[in-house]
Design a binder for this molecule. Sequence first.
Ligand code: SF4
Ligand code: SF4
Ligand SMILES: [Zn+2]
Ligand SMILES: [Zn+2]
Length: 506
Amino acid sequence: MTPAPAKVTPWSLEVAERACPRWLACEIDERPGTRTAFNRWRIRNALVARANAAHSQLRAPRAEDFAPPSNLLPEESAVFREAGAGYVRHFGGRDVRAVAHGGARADYWPKRNLTVGGAIDLTVEDGDGDLELRQLELWGGHVCADPARSAKALCAVLRLARVASGRRLRVRHVDLLGDDADEWEIDWDRDLPGLAALLDERVAVVRDRARSPSPRIGQGCALCRHAEDCPAHRSAGTPPPPTGLDDVRADDLVGDIVRLSPTAVESWYRCRRAFRARHLLSLPGRDAGPGGANEGLLVHRLLHRLHQEERCGDALRMADLAESHSGGEGVDPARTLGFLDRHARRCPRGAASVGHERELARAWFGARPLLMVTGTIDAIWSHGGLLDARDYKCGMPQVASLRESAEARVQAWLLAPLADELGLQLRLRHEHLSPDATDDPDPFEPDSEDLEEITSELTGLGVAVGAEREWRGVSAESVCRTCSYRSVCPDVASRRAGEMAGPEVL
Ligand code: SF4
Ligand code: SF4
Ligand SMILES: [Zn+2]
Ligand SMILES: [Zn+2]
């Protein structure tokens, strides 16, 4: 019996076990969903086009093959130039010719009734006709060329089987902005049956989970195209019909849905240009931020673990965790233990846990662009009629009371439906665990009026993001100093002549 038609991508295969089942079901059925801007593809598509042009004849790539196209923004051009140099670093010195692999269109395999999509970055052949698949990493993801361990390599290799028709194929996956690289040799006779069976196995997981497509709210909602009619977001209201063109305009970085998070909202207020770079273009940060990022991640991870084990406050266990985990992250164990201790003193021990690292999503569909807000809350307890939510912080407090913090207001808005559902009063607290911090800001216990105000703040913000066209940078020394785009931003405060990276200022 032929199975029902299904469409998969490397991404849906990779997250099959943990993704929202309703999202999987919509994806497998190829439901079109809300118009979305895929801004990450802007740099990647331009790079692949430049590389293909360079290899239109049998030759090695050169630095001058990678001039940034004019449609890229200055911040994107900087990444593009670095990635182009990375391409030459990884693949220079080898004469190859581009091979048309038809990878822009998804492949349909009738026997399996299966459509396989996703990106095949570049296929080339050398003078002997041996093939090489080049997968390009731009966002610091893990590189892996082994199709048995990477869904991206698996799909690409199987889709190339026809083009290869028995020729040798080498898979290379490289980080264009770094040195990481992996390669894998395919022997079709030896590997093909096993890889095809592996694909069938992965597809079976997707089909199986999509069979009972209950929605599951989480961070996945941030990237979901199928939220408009999702029962989990019914309270968001009925969206007005789309009015725009069918395709997202090239200069429209938002599409039909604005995706926000507590940090994104804060970033919007601080600098719209930085918001665009980070939250719309997903550009990798290039300059070191305020520092201590590793330390923050470690502290969050250890506190999560302690609460899972229900051993928060257990001095021996805390010392043990701090000791065994700090070294690898380049953090001092005694300092780490200090963070854990300062939380333990604030911990409502004995209270019922409502969740740790709890993923929340809340939408508003009153206008287009639609609004989807997602966030993760570090710890939530319930006791004495309170929904007691905490965010662990490793930096210094910036406000005296949390109601002044944009981040906290968004967190409260995300938490409000949960408090409602449990019949509890929400109290949000930021725990500043750094040894230099003294008092935490006053906690935020929003009443219904506060929450209505935040609703109109956020819905107004959704409209403003959709309408923004200028994206002017704030150009304030105090903000730019810690911005991770400061070396490539034309609006940075106090730039002296000649400091700008790249040729624009010459
Ligand atoms: S909006 Fe969220 S819950 Fe609904 S289908 Fe998408 S990922 Fe699942
Ligand atoms: S350098 Fe300054 S103006 Fe430019 S994006 Fe960063 S904060 Fe904004
Ligand atoms: Zn605790
Ligand atoms: Zn936190």
